[in-house]
Design a protein around this ligand. Structure first.
Ligand code: SF4
Length: 428
């Protein structure tokens, strides 16, 4: 029997790294998606000097250095501190979980800064679980509607809407000045309601499902209103390539080059190369996103196009129709101790088939175990490694019941081909 995946219940930071199969995993937590080219070079250098040179971009738009040795941990922390990427202590670090619009406008940036300051000042909030986080969407074109965090804060006309995960049909409306207080009131209400049931109720959606939105609102002394979000989910054609976009408060469009890496995995040399492109042809900075992509702001579309051409030569993902975008895979073996098999090579092999399972989106999720860290969403096909091969789940999550068991690569290709043929034959 396969052992049940271990639930860690916390996210790694730089002060509290996570032991992984390839060494320590350090997350360089940041509350803002802007990364100067200079800082990107230094992060690449730390990854090479202290780790194995691999850097993951997480679904929360945070950079993670892999394979850091115990002997180099102190050096990595010292160098991250010099970049302003180290919190005061591990408890503070665990609170700073933010996902913010990649081109966050001034209002969204000010709100994040104010939330981060308030969080670390209130000792009662240290009880928030390590995965509890805040999403701030400035209402721009590159919207975060497809991402999930415990508390969403969205631009909504002149108002700011604060939404509890699990209850997106209602919001607590605030002004830009009161939004931080409302969000923190919800966080405190979450803690009050789950008291005594901390292990069971680790996320806002669990609390909402258990007690209801009304109980949460009452505990927060707030009044919810029915809500229809004005924010949107950015699509791949708006993220990858040389593009123009408009952020929440911008009057003019901005040019950028959107560049991805399969499953969000970068090598230190990749990050160096992109930072150098940003210095010479861009506006000297990169933006972190939850879409496995880095965005390089540029003065104009021509500069963005040049960067994309160079990125294409290096094998990066530079277009929405790249088949590699149809697959998401967790690190797998040997990097994760819970993994039953490697996943990333299989992702490369199966990408062309995955891209044919549906016309867009992630269609194939490859998971080293049933925990399914790479994606909480259902995929057309999910493959879960077991000691006897891969189990295949149709239209589901990694934790769902498999349709087929113990498959090898050839059998997986056959199964996926059969599903493509069935889908094609149903098309008018
Ligand atoms: S899903 Fe992947 S990364 Fe997560 S615990 Fe399992 S093997 Fe490890």
């Amino acid at each position: 029997m396969t052992a049940a995946p271990k639930i860690q219940g916390w996210c790694p930071g730089a002060l509290r790294p996570m032991q992984s199969g390839d060494g320590l995993l350090l997350r360089a937590k940041t509350t803002h998606p802007r990364l100067s080219a200079q800082r990107a070079h230094e992060i690449a250098s730390i990854a090479r000097d202290c780790g194995n040179g691999l850097i993951d971009l997480s679904q929360r738009a945070q950079l993670q250095l892999r394979g850091v040795s115990e002997a180099k941990l102190e050096q990595a922390q010292r160098r991250l501190a010099a970049l302003g990427l180290l919190a005061e202590d591990a408890a503070t670090e665990s609170l700073l979980n933010f996902l913010v619009s990649p081109f966050a406008d001034a209002q969204a940036s000010a709100l994040v800064a104010s939330l981060a300051q308030s969080l670390v000042k209130d000792a009662s909030l240290l009880a928030l679980p390590g995965k509890f986080g805040f999403l701030v969407d400035d209402g721009g074109a590159l919207g975060l509607s497809a991402s999930t965090m415990d508390i969403r804060i969205e631009a909504h006309g002149d108002d700011v809407a604060i939404i509890a995960d699990g209850a997106r049909a209602h919001a607590f409306l605030a002004t830009p000045e009161t939004a931080c207080d409302v969000a923190l009131a919800l966080a405190r209400a979450f803690l009050d309601l789950r008291a005594g049931r901390e292990f069971e109720l680790r996320r806002m959606r669990n609390v909402v499902a258990t007690f209801g939105l009304e109980a949460l609102a009452e505990a927060a002394a707030l009044t919810p209103t029915p809500y229809e979000s004005l924010c949107r989910a950015a699509s791949a054609v708006e993220i990858f390539g040389a593009l123009l976009s408009r952020d929440g408060g911008a009057k003019e469009e901005r040019a950028f080059a959107g560049i991805g890496a399969p499953s969000g995995r970068w090598r230190a040399d990749d990050l160096d190369a992109l930072a150098a492109l940003a210095e010479v042809h861009g506006l000297n900075e990169l933006r972190l996103t939850p879409w496995r992509a880095l965005l390089l702001p540029c003065a104009d579309l021509e500069a963005a196009q040049y960067i994309i051409e160079v990125a294409a030569c290096r094998g990066f993902v530079i277009a929405a129709d790249d088949p590699r975008l149809a697959v998401i895979a967790c690190p797998g073996a040997p990097e994760c101790p819970q993994a039953q098999a490697p996943t990333r090579d299989l992702a490369e092999i199966l990408a062309p088939l995955a891209a044919r399972l549906a016309s867009e989106g992630v269609t194939l999720h490859i998971s080293g175990c049933a925990k399914g860290c790479a994606s909480p969403a259902a995929a057309k096909v999910a493959l879960v490694a077991t000691p006897r091969g891969f189990d295949l789940i149709d239209n589901g999550r990694a934790s769902d019941a498999p349709t087929l068991h113990g498959l090898g690569v050839n059998e997986i290709e056959d199964a996926m081909s059969a599903r493509i043929m069935r889908a094609t034959s149903r098309e008018p």
